[in-house]
Design a protein around this ligand. Structure first.
Ligand code: ZN
Ligand code: MN
Length: 152
């Protein structure tokens, strides 16, 4: 039987150890929160959530913990042209929908046809492809309802 909480902790311990990093309660709290949400939070949002569990934790510690998790392959960092970043507890291949109004990022449920990607790879002109990211941009249901932003 897998107890989800215990499983999360052992995944974290193992990955930190393999990267020569120490297990800390702060890192564990940040990791638990990332794994529990599909919201792709910013560092600020992670900070606001975990400080309820870990009194005294600082934004700087949250930020460093997030970067450590990314470095250990336990989370992904999504960066944008404006310098903002969001974190994702999922590290498997998947794609995103991003709202141009509120910045919300959602997982795309559909899989992208691998044959189509390989077809693109064939025309990559000597570029060695090691992965790909697909992001659909537009307006989330909330922002669209608000009648705000017209199409770009
Ligand atoms: Zn939105
Ligand atoms: Mn995601």
């Amino acid at each position: 039987m897998n107890h989800p909480h215990v499983e999360t902790e052992s995944i974290l311990r193992r990955a930190l150890e393999q990267s020569g990093q120490r297990y800390t309660e702060q890192r564990a709290a940040v990791f638990r929160f990332l794994r529990s949400t599909e919201a792709h939070p910013t560092a600020d949002e992670v900070f606001l959530s975990v400080r309820a569990d870990v009194p005294g934790i600082s934004l700087a510690t949250v930020y460093k913990s997030l970067e450590t998790l990314v470095g250990c392959g336990l989370a992904s960092k999504l960066t944008y042209g404006d310098g903002s970043a969001r974190y994702d507890g999922r590290t498997d291949d998947h794609h995103h929908l991003r709202c141009l109004d509120c910045g919300k990022v959602l997982d795309l449920v559909d899989h992208v046809d691998a044959d189509e990607v390989h077809r693109l790879e064939a025309s990559a002109r000597g570029f060695r492809v090691t992965g790909y990211r697909l992001e659909l941009t537009g307006y989330c249901a909330n922002c669209d309802r608000a009648g705000g932003a017209p199409p770009a």
